[in-house]
Every structure is written in structure tokens, then in C-alpha cells.
Design a protein around this ligand. Structure first.
Ligand code: PEP
Ligand code: MG
Length: 624
């Protein structure tokens, strides 16, 4: 959601809702005319704002001038004594218009349907047909009213100037970072603090100049479409404005509810976590956005659903299956209630058996490993019953400042001590992952630029220090070193050769080390025979592999590749069949309960995932 500047009027309240133009034809003349006729029925001040312009929602020409196309976000704002009712009615009217437009478009386009890419058929029909399908962020089943995210705007001006507000915001983020240091959320607070400490922002002296800065950055991101970072800019803007007395807060019911919104800012998810929220449905987010990561961290039942949704008195959110059932029948409610009870039993049993082996119904053992980022998450993985570490995302150890050789060695050693099976991935920066102290040349397409293993050439000192630290820390213990973003055998051969030279130079052991690659670039699929001759193991990074298979950025705000696409499963099957070396999966797909049976059917016996998912996936596989 975006912040909306309000002209304060005594006794009047300002409420706003963020809507998205979903019709492929945009918000064009005919739907605008219907919308304007509707708004004219109300006496309140009603405005629409988009692209930094605010217009009268009762003026057809003014809305036309916004040239709203599919994917554009608009804020509908109503000012009045009791504006909520009008706001909700108009928001519903708009959503209905968008849905009608979409249906017209689909009818016109029915001929093209044959080309639609099939989603892998891995979900059993459980509920009646009246359901909306999406992608699960965090599992759980809840029954509650569907409530649309609404913001209350307040303007209590104080005497702070911009610089004072900026420094107070930095202090606040610092406090949040310190108090959440043990949780994965800390990195988000740190990222925001680092953004505000950037010299360009530090040089700004007025709110107007800051707003121009934010606008400029968001616009430049729109060209490259890093949605996650867009939300970050909006969040720091919101923080500064709140310090200046201009706040926009989520209005939330105090009884259980399922919130739906296009997306949420990281700070809004934190507020939500303390509310009576039962579940969350996001429309425009992606599994890799900061809002999705936080929902998972706060264990909030949540899904991403692209369809148009309307508020109602009762819905089933079955995030374990990635489904929303608005206005369910009694029969569906009974099914959901049974599933809630069954899920509680499974959760209970999963927890009791989290340290046990995972044997499926056919007697096959599956290793459930953890994706970790630092010592804290390594300990969490241990506590959740991980059979080892399938992916240590080492770049997280490098986050705020460059760690020295000694610091790196110590943290790797401490992590290695905890597990018998451990795979450490070398620094994977580039694309959407930046480190403040690593200088990277500006690239038009960073996801296709200097990333992962390519840093061995572009930033050799950092990588050589890391290899030395890993070898020193392993000290004879069996470990696996994995290179990310490999696209040719030559890249692997060079990176391994560099590691062997370092071992020789510093007299460090390597015979305890296995070398492998992440499969996340499609070129590897067609060179698997050559890789079979040189690598010791593979781990498939389905997050990046999906992005590169469909040429859709994983953080894109409007384009989303289907995470359960049949294409992806076909590729996984092909890779499994052709590989002659141990092969596992460490992308998000490994932790989607709907996908686990299919992955086992293909033959995979090693899956790596976020620690919190481990007990449940183990139990899902046992119950297969
Ligand atoms: C992946 O790409 O699937 C993966 C596991 O790596 P990351 O998400 O860290 O890029
Ligand atoms: Mg990756």
C-alpha cells in the first residue's frame, strides 16, 4: 500500500484503499464512465490517485488523463464524516468492473486457450468447485470473514524538520534491528536502515526533495521491476512521514479476520502479526517479496491469489492447499473443520516426530535438510529436526559489513560443528541481492549480469578469502561446497581450480570436500552429461530456475511464473533422469506440501527448505 497525503479537515476522516487495474485492456473509457456515474451518487469528497497525481473521481476526463493500464495501482480515497461505507461500496464496484472487463477479454481470447501452460496436476479435489486457487505462503486452514485492507490517514503536524525525522527513523530501525537480531526479520530492518544512511538521502534537507527521491527510485525500479525493493522505498517513506506526524495505519477488526490486499509493506505485516488476523490473501505479491518472507516468519496463514476478491462474512482460507473458498457451503465448512482437526493432529505428530527419520509409505527414506543463513538459523534447523544443511546461503553472513577471514572462519566452524551433512554455497550476490560494500557496475539486467559464480572473476579477492575461510573451518570434516549460478562446465572448473590453488598455497586439506553446483540456469539442462563428469553433486534452485525458464524476474510486480508449472516438473524429471550424481532440491518448491508427493514420485530423496517447514514436510511425506 502507498502513503497518501491528506488535507486535514476537522471532524472529517480520510480512508483509502489500494486497488489494481486488472483488466488487460486497462481502465478505459466505458468502465471509467460507469465508475464516475457511481461516485456521483455520493456526497463525500472522492479522489483517485496514481502515478503521483490525484484527481477528482467524479470527473471522467480527469480519470482518463491518468491513462491507467493493466497492473497500475490506484488509491481510492474518501473524505467525510463516516467514509468507510462509501469506500467499501466503491471499491467493490471497481472490482466488479474489472472482473466484467476481464471476462469480456477472456471470451474474445478463447481461441488462444490451447496454448495455456498447464499447472502440474498435483492437487486432489477436496472442496466444491467454488474456489479460487493460488500459491501458499504459509500453511494453515482458517474460517473467518474476508476483510479488505484499509488505511486510516492522520495528520498531526509536529515541529520536527526533515533531517530530525530522518535521524529518528534511523534510530528506530536500529532499535528494531537490535531487538530482532535473532530472527530472520532483522535483515529487513537493517536493509531499511542502510537505505536511509545512504549519502544521497543524508544530503536531503526537505520532505519535498525526499519525496522526489523516492519517486525517482520507484520509477527506475518500475523499469526493472524489483517489486520487493519498491515496497522497501515505500516503507522508508512511510516511516519518515510518520515521524513528521503524517501517519497511515491499517484499520483492523478486533475479531478474527482474513485480510486481503494487493500487497503489504514490511512494517504493516509486523503490525498485523500483533492483531487478531487469522489469515492473509495477497494479490500482487510474490513468494520472494519481503511481505511474503515476513508472513512466513510470523507464521501467518497466507496465500497469493490473483483473482478478484470481495469482502464477505465468511470464507475458508486453506493455505495448505493454496485455496480460498468465499461464502462456503455448510458441506465445505464441515470439510474445512475436519481438515483443521486433522492438521492439528498432523502438526502435533509432526512435532513429536521431528527428530525421527522420514520414511514414506513405500519404505523409502527421504532426507529433509535445512536452508540456513547464519548461526542462529543453523541452531533453529537443529531444533526443528533437520537431517543436515542442504543450503547455507553464505551471503547473509556478509550482510552489514565485510567479515574478516577470522570472523568468517569462526562462523563457518560453529555452523559446521552442528551437522554431519553440510552444504555451503559460495557468495551469491548480484541480481536482487546486493551488499553495501561490494562495488558492482550498474547493469541494465542485473539478473543476467554479475551474479553467483561470476564473482570469482569480477571480485576474486572476496571469493578467495571466502574459500580460504571455508577450508580452514572444515579442517578435515566432510563438507560440500556448492557454486551458484553456474551456466557452463568451464565456470565450475575454474572456480574449483581456484579453490584447489588456495588449498595448496595455505596447505589446507581438500580431500574431505565435495564440489557441486546449483542448477538454476537452463543451459545446465542441456550440458548435464558434461557436468556428470566433473561435479560431485547437484542441488536444484527452483526459484532461479523458474525465473530463467520463463524469463520472468522472481520479484516482478505484475508477472508471475507459476511455481507449480508442469514445465518445471518436466525439467525436474529430466534432470533427475539424466544426472548420474546425487541430486537434491533447495528451492521453495521443496517446502510446498502440494509438491512433495510429486517430487518423491520423480525419485528425489533429498529436499532442503526453511527450518520452520521441516517437521510438517517430514510428516506430510510419512503420510504420503
Ligand atoms: C534458488 O534459486 O532456488 C535458490 C535456492 O537460491 P536463492 O533463492 O538463494 O537464489
Ligand atoms: Mg538462486
Amino acid at each position: 500500500m502507498n502513503f497518501f497525503t491528506n488535507i486535514f479537515k476537522p471532524k472529517e476522516q480520510t480512508y483509502t484503499i489500494v486497488l489494481t487495474v486488472t483488466s488487460p485492456n486497462g481502465f478505459h473509457l466505458r468502465p471509467i464512465a460507469s465508475f464516475v456515474n457511481e461516485t456521483k451518487k455520493y456526497s463525500e469528497e472522492i479522489t483517485l490517485s496514481s502515478k503521483e497525481q490525484r484527481v477528482d473521481a467524479k470527473s471522467i476526463n480527469a480519470i482518463l488523463a491518468l491513462t491507467l493500464v493493466a497492473g497500475d495501482r490506484i488509491e481510492l480515497c474518501v473524505v467525510g464524516q463516516e467514509p468507510q461505507k462509501t469506500l467499501y461500496t466503491l471499491a467493490n464496484f471497481f472490482e466488479e468492473l474489472m472482473q466484467t472487463e476481464l471476462q469480456k477479454y477472456q471470451l474474445a481470447d478463447i481461441e488462444l486457450d490451447n496454448n495455456i501452460i498447464e499447472t502440474a496436476k498435483i492437487e486432489k479435489a477436496i472442496y466444491s468447485k467454488q474456489l479460487l486457487r493460488g500459491t501458499s505462503i504459509y500453511e494453515g486452514i482458517v474460517i473467518a470473514p474476508l476483510y479488505r485492507a484499509t488505511l486510516k490517514i492522520e495528520n498531526k503536524s509536529n515541529n520536527l524538520n526533515f533531517q530530525e525525522a530522518l535521524q529518528k527513523s534511523i534510530q528506530e530501525l536500529d532499535k528494531l534491528y537490535e531487538s530482532h537480531k535473532q530472527s530472520a526479520n532483522a535483515s529487513i530492518y537493517l536493509a531499511h536502515k542502510t537505505l536511509l544512511e545512504d549519502q544521497e538521502i543524508q544530503n536531503i534537507t526537505t520532505l519535498d526533495a525526499f519525496n522526489i527521491y523516492i519517486k525517482k527510485h520507484i520509477q527506475s525500479l518500475q523499469a526493472t521491476s524489483f517489486d520487493a525493493r519498491r515496497a522497501d522505498y515505500l516503507d522508508i517513506q512511510k516511516l519518515i512521514l510518520a515521524q513528521l506526524g503524517q501517519s497511515s495505519t491499517l484499520v483492523l477488526p478486533d475479531t478474527p479476520f482474513i485480510l486481503f490486499a494487493d500487497d503489504l509493506l514490511p512494517s504493516e505485516v509486523a503490525i498485523l502479526a500483533k492483531s487478531a488476523v487469522a489469515g492473509v490473501v495477497l494479490k500482487k505479491s510474490s513468494l520472494l517479496s519481503h511481505s511474503a518472507i515476513l508472513l512466513k516468519n510470523f507464521s501467518i496463514t497466507s496465500v497469493i491469489i490473483r483473482d478478484t476478491i470481495f469482502p464477505n462474512d465468511e470464507s475458508i482460507l486453506d493455505a495448505s492447499l493454496g485455496l480460498l473458498i468465499p461464502n462456503p457451503s455448510q458441506e465445505d465448512k464441515d470439510i474445512a473443520k475436519d481438515r483443521i482437526i486433522k492438521n492439528q493432529e498432523i502438526k502435533h505428530s509432526a512435532d513429536l516426530k521431528k527428530f525421527d527419520k522420514t520414511i514414506n509409505k513405500n519404505g523409502k527414506e527421504v532426507k529433509i535438510l535445512a536452508n540456513i543463513t547464519n548461526l542462529e538459523s543453523a541452531k533453529e534447523a537443529k531444533a526443528q529436526g533437520a537431517d543436515g544443511v542442504g543450503l547455507l546461503r553464505s551471503e547473509f553472513i556478509f550482510q552489514s559489513k565485510e567479515p574478516s577471514l577470522e570472523e568468517q572462519t569462526k562462523v563457518y566452524r560453529d555452523i559446521f560443528k552442528l551437522f554431519d551433512t553440510i552444504t555451503i554455497r559460495t557468495l551469491d550476490v548480484g541480481g536482487d541481492k546486493e551488499l553495501p560494500y561490494i562495488k558492482m557496475a550498474k547493469e541494465a539486467n542485473p539478473f543476467l549480469g554479475i551474479r553467483g559464480i561470476r564473482l570469482f572473476d569480477s571480485h576474486p579477492e572476496i571469493l578467495q578469502t571466502q574459500m580460504k575461510a571455508i577450508l580452514r573451518a572444515s579442517k578435515g570434516k566432510a563438507i560440500k561446497i556448492m557454486f551458484p549460478m553456474v551456466s557452463t562446465p568451464k565456470e565450475f572448473i575454474n572456480a574449483k581450480a581456484t579453490t584447489l590453488r588456495i588449498a595448496q598455497k595455505y596447505k589446507l586439506k581438500v580431500d574431505n570436500v565435495k564440489f557441486g553446483i546449483m542448477i538454476e540456469v537452463p543451459s545446465v539442462i542441456f550440458q548435464i552429461d558434461a557436468f556428470n563428469d566433473i561435479v560431485d553433486f547437484y542441488s536444484i534452485g527452483t526459484n532461479d530456475l523458474t525465473q530463467y525458464l520463463f524469463a520472468i524476474e522472481r520479484t516482478h510486480p505484475t508477472l508471475h511464473a507459476d511455481p507449480l508449472s508442469k514445465v518445471l516438473f518436466d525439467v525436474l524429471e529430466l534432470l533427475y533422469t539424466k544426472s548420474t550424481k546425487p541430486i537434491s532440491i533447495c528451492g521453495e518448491i521443496a517446502s510446498i506440501p502440494q509438491a512433495s508427493q510429486r517430487l518423491l514420485q520423480i525419485g528425489f530423496t533429498s529436499l532442503s527448505m526453511a527450518p520452520a517447514q521441516i517437521p510438517l514436510i517430514k510428516e506430510t511425506i510419512r503420510n504420503g
